[in-house]
Design a protein around this ligand. Structure first.
Ligand SMILES: *Cc1c(COP(=O)(O)O)cnc(C)c1O
Length: 487
């Protein structure tokens, strides 16, 4: 038999196949897809040539190839390669970052972009993006102005801080603080607070990268004031407190409350900085659960408090630092701050989000993250009943019910808060396939619909559904029913 590699069609031959002609989008992406598919086929042939002559491996269409008559060989190979390339080209044509329907019941979910922004923030982003702006211009003098002018004032007002700074994200806040205030010196942290949060943020690793030396004190479950006292020496730069955002410790445990820690710090002239993680700006305890606010931490004597912009605050990705004038001033002037600065779109969105907090009732209404978290049970039940009715109609092969469920705050905040919610539960009727398949089908829908599988049902929690989402869910189920009937 001849060398099958030589029989692979040319790029142009595959490119002009009707299957590829039918794919919309720029030719350059189609060409790329064809090259990738041909190169993969060539590699498979190289690897397995001797085993089976390579034929069955071409573009993974074994039956078509082995059944093909000798004369039809080339066209079968071409069809199979074109099919693979067309699928790949379609994949390249869809935007990599696209909206999806969050029916997971997790309000702040890092993998799907954390907080949905308020209308005011969207308007601000649009304006800042489409026009020239006063970003760093002082209109009075005509000279260069401060990038964070108004945001800084708003943060001071909302937290009672002397000064404020904003960087790219909260990991950057921690890195900047440790590097600027403690490089080459020691930072004392309780062993109970050496946390990892999802997505590669591990406190000891950030600490190492900053050049500060980690001085661990206490044990996993108990840290006492005397542990901090004993660790403090001439090399101590900071005492660091880290909010246990995403877990709780129960049982035989003890830690040193912030107020006591700042008293120790004051006695030794050492600043206490707190990584608050999610960081609330208003009291959430009545509607969601107890989460410390930045204002409380400053009132308890912390010199710097840092938190994320896109967790409980409900704004854009940002790292916010508030606190002591002298220390924030040192951070502001550090060259690293220039490298970590937020862009104008984030600043625009953050300012609009912060403004809502000047009137807390407005924040609860306008900021989606807060609104989702506080949605009343009756409203959720009502939304679930309405979704159930249209889903039942769209998918007769599914048993559709409304079940009580619990949503999660997510985003490393209030890990134990179980928010009473309602979900539409989908269970394939006998013979209608597995619930796991249904989950995949909805996840691969356009737009993707994310739910969660529990006890043989796919749960669609309605808490985080946005206007238009119920219609998207119904449309995805209708398309799926159409396909199921064809099969
Ligand atoms: C989320 C979190 C961070 C990291 O914040 P990003 O904004 O994701 O960079 C740091 N520390 C704590 C305690 C957190 O919860």
């Amino acid at each position: 038999m001849s060398n099958p590699r030589r029989e692979l069609p040319s790029v142009d031959a595959v490119l002009s196949h009707p299957l590829l002609e039918a794919v919309p989008g720029p030719r350059v992406l189609k060409r790329r897809a064809v090259r990738e598919v041909l190169s993969a086929a060539r590699n498979r042939l190289t690897d397995e040539d001797d085993l089976n002559g390579g034929q069955s491996l071409i573009a993974g269409a074994p039956e078509a190839l082995s059944r093909s008559e000798h004369g039809r060989h080339d066209s079968a190979v071409l069809d199979s390669l074109a099919r693979a390339a067309a699928a790949r080209a379609r994949g390249l044509a869809v935007p990599g970052l696209r909206p999806l329907v969050n029916a997971t019941g997790v309000v702040i979910h890092t993998n799907i972009g954390r907080s949905v922004l308020s209308e005011a923030a969207l308007v601000a982003i649009r304006e800042a993006a489409a026009r020239y702006t006063t970003l760093e211009l002082d209109l009075e003098s005509g000279e260069r102005g401060a990038r964070l002018g108004t945001v800084r004032e708003l943060l001071r007002e909302l937290t009672g801080a002397e000064d404020a700074l904003v960087v790219n994200n909260n990991a950057a806040s921690v890195l900047l603080t440790l590097s600027t205030l403690a490089a080459g010196r020691e930072v004392v942290v309780s062993r109970g607070e050496l946390i990892e949060i999802g997505g590669s943020f591990r406190l000891p690793e950030i600490m190492a990268r900053s050049g500060a030396r980690l001085r661990e004190v206490g044990t996993t479950n108990k840290t006492h004031p005397r542990d901090y006292e004993a660790a403090i020496g001439p090399d101590t730069a900071l005492l660091l407190k880290v909010h246990r955002s995403n877990f709780v410790m129960q049982g035989f445990v003890a830690d040193v409350p912030l107020g006591e820690l700042t008293a120790i710090g004051r006695a030794h002239g050492i600043p206490v900085v707190e990584d608050l993680g999610s960081g609330a700006l208003i009291d959430l305890s009545a509607r969601i659960g107890p989460e410390p606010t930045a204002r409380e931490s400053l009132a308890a004597g912390a010199s710097i408090v840092m938190f994320s912009g896109d967790k409980l605050l409900g704004g854009p990705q940002a790292g916010i630092l508030v606190g002591d004038r002298t220390l924030i001033g040192r951070l502001t002037r550090d060259p690293m701050t220039r490298a970590l600065r937020p862009d104008k779109l984030s600043i625009a969105a953050l300012e609009a989000t912060l403004r809502a907090y000047l009137e807390p009732e407005r924040a609860w209404e306008e900021i989606p993250t807060l609104r989702f978290l506080a949605r009343p049970a009756a409203e959720l039940e009502c939304a679930a009943q309405s979704l159930r009715a249209s889903v039942a109609e769209a998918a007769p092969d599914l048993e559709v019910t409304v079940v009580p469920t619990t949503s999660r705050v997510g985003g490393g905040a209030l890990p134990m808060a179980a928010l009473v919610s309602a979900a539409v539960a989908l269970r394939p009727r006998p013979g209608a396939g597995k619930v796991e398949t249904l989950e995949v089908e909805l996840r691969l829908a356009d737009p993707p619909v994310l739910g969660r599988v529990a006890e043989g049902q796919l749960l669609l929690d309605v808490r985080t559904l946005l206007p238009g989402d119920p219609e998207q869910i119904v449309a995805a189920l209708k398309r799926r029913s159409g396909r199921t009937k064809e099969r």
